[in-house]
Design a protein around this ligand. Structure first.
Ligand code: SF4
Ligand code: SF4
Length: 438
């Protein structure tokens, strides 16, 4: 019987790890479809960002109560999963509480701490469910989240509650069986929460308790492995990607827009015509901005997969607040959806993209949304996981204006003035300093 259980566990564990690695590999391939962008400078500053923004959740602490709850859910969930290591080893080796002889008196202290964290995770998840579904905070009832994204958030919170309940029930049954001196249930010492809950199982036989303990053990580990495989399809992928995303976040001042080298070169030649004679001729036309996900940088694509869909960016966006169609959260969700679509297309066509007559621009993100952006950077400032929706907006807008000459009529006068007079006004360059003579 024991060998069957071990075999079953190895098959379950191996399948879950294989499926997760396959999907993770696909996501990595999708992210690498983006343009190259060297972000390996200043590793010291990048590590600092990673520690403060990802581990420390610095931006979340603008709202301390929510930050503390989120920290419990996030840290608690990760730390409790250390216990999964013991469960996995127990499952593979056919043991029960393998770490007891290794850790001795420290073991019940550690499990006691995990149990306290489990209660905090339970409480945090319950409050988050209430905020989303009963209090209906504005950023959670936005139509950006209609359909799957709203259900996704609820599924994850409910799953975390169920996993924590299974963990506590398993330990309570274990403690009760230990108290009765049942075979295989070696004495571990008192667990802080489940040790108090054992009277709940007082009237049950040893056999029933063993079924409860083993049932919770299997459901807990199967639930964790299912959760692992659900992550890549969910906004909760951020619990993994927030770390590289914080590391590779832009170190430039937020208001600084990236220059387009070809345009910069043209302007330089206008200002210093003497350089034109020596400038090397180029026979390739530069490409401006982005039309589809493959024109964006890999960091933009990593951003899209890291988005938690929290809506803090949209709640701070002046365009959205004043009733425009723009929502920076939707920009990130659209980018991820389109990238997934392109990835599936490439996979189905043996590694080559087959034109599907769709692009991120227009099929997902409209010109109206793009033009509503004031480039204020509020979305970048608010994002707790270092995402930059503005960079994607700018690249799509640059494509519209510079590749398609598509701009509102009101802008075209300004563009020709910049081109001819090097300023948005209609006065000639030569007349620019005449005001000083009067
Ligand atoms: S930069 Fe654009 S998208 Fe971001 S908050 Fe400002 S207006 Fe909204
Ligand atoms: S971009 Fe950032 S702030 Fe906006 S929804 Fe995604 S995670 Fe939240």
């Amino acid at each position: 019987m024991r060998i069957v259980q071990e075999l079953l566990f190895v098959i379950l564990f191996g399948t879950a790890v294989y499926l997760f690695s396959r999907k993770a590999g696909q996501i990595r391939k999708n992210i690498l479809l983006g343009r190259d962008n060297d972000l390996n400078d200043h590793p010291d500053l990048r590590w600092k960002n990673l520690l403060l923004l990802a581990f420390g959740q610095k931006k979340m602490f603008r709202n301390p109560l929510v930050a503390v709850l989120h920290f419990f859910v996030y840290a608690g969930f990760l730390i409790i999963n250390i216990e999964i290591l013991e469960i996995i080893l127990d499952g593979i080796l056919g043991q029960h509480r393998l770490f007891v002889p290794v850790l001795g008196g420290l073991y019940p202290v550690l499990i006691g701490l995990f149990e306290i964290l489990a209660v905090l995770v339970l409480t945090g998840c319950a409050i988050f469910l209430v905020r989303r579904n009963i209090l209906k905070l504005k950023r959670f009832i936005s139509k950006d989240l209609d359909g799957w994204p709203r259900s996704d958030a609820n599924y994850i919170l409910i799953t975390e509650i169920v996993l924590m309940l299974l963990f506590l029930t398993m330990n309570t049954a274990d403690q009760a069986l230990q108290g009765r001196g049942a075979a295989h249930y070696i004495p571990t010492g008192n667990f802080w929460i489940s040790g108090i809950l054992t009277p709940i199982f007082a009237g049950m036989s040893d056999g029933t308790l063993e079924v409860i303990e083993r049932g919770c053990w299997w459901l807990h580990i199967a639930g964790v492995l299912a959760f692992l495989n659900y992550l890549p399809y969910s906004k909760h992928l951020h619990i993994i990607l927030a770390f590289p995303n914080a590391y590779y976040a832009s170190l430039e001042p937020k208001g600084e827009m990236e220059n387009m080298p070809a345009v910069q070169h043209e302007v330089q030649l206008m200002l210093q015509p003497e350089l034109a004679a020596n400038a090397p001729a180029s026979d390739t036309m530069p490409k401006f901005g982005a039309k589809d996900v493959t024109d964006l940088t890999w960091k933009n694509l990593l951003d899209a997969y890291s988005c938690t869909e929290c809506g803090r960016c949209t709640a701070a966006c002046p365009a959205n607040i004043t009733g425009k169609r723009l929502s920076p959260r939707k920009i990130m969700m659209d980018t991820r959806d389109r990238l997934e679509e392109v990835g599936r297309n490439i996979k189905a066509n043996n590694g080559t993209f087959t034109d599907d007559n769709k692009t991120l621009l227009r099929d997902y993100i409209t010109e109206e949304e793009l033009r509503a952006c004031t480039t204020c950077n509020a979305c970048v400032q608010e994002c707790p996981v270092s995402i930059n929706p503005l960079d994607i907006i700018l690249q799509l807008r640059r494509h519209l204006v510079m590749e398609e000459s598509s701009a509102p009529a009101e802008w075209t006068g300004m563009f020709s003035n910049i081109e001819n007079n090097m300023a948005p006004w209609k006065f000639s360059m030569d007349d620019r300093d005449k005001w000083a003579t009067e």
